[in-house]
Design a protein around this ligand. Sequence first.
Ligand SMILES: [Zn+2]
Length: 145
Amino acid sequence: MHHRVYKTDDEWRQELTPEQYRIMRQKGTEPPFTGAFLGHHDPGIYCCAGCGSTLFSSKVKFDSDTGWPSFWAPINPSHIAHHADRTFLRDRTEVSCDRCGAHLGHVFDDGPPPTGLRYCINSAALAFEPEEQAIAEGLGAPAYE
Ligand SMILES: [Zn+2]
């Protein structure tokens, strides 16, 4: 069961770091080539830093050379919400955590096969569960089916 998480703005402010709050609750973007998970290649599962919902497997992470962690598919499409974003008069698709509403980043259509998608995600919006821990916690192995 995929329960939704609702918190007040004050609660998020208390739980998140100022940088996480700016990115996840105010749709900010971390500077390129600064995020903790940019060059991170350990096997495991990337979860939402706000609510722990599983978002991406290490198996679909790739080096896009854009400066942000990039993934070519979500772990489960229903865990991520897509929204049209016309900010700066560019057509982009914003992605957020479907469970808690945290802004994650954007998805573009210039990714590698098999999906051709590039989920461009702020490191600050992610929490990493190493493979053994993910399995122990019942999140599953970081496979892509
Ligand atoms: Zn979340």
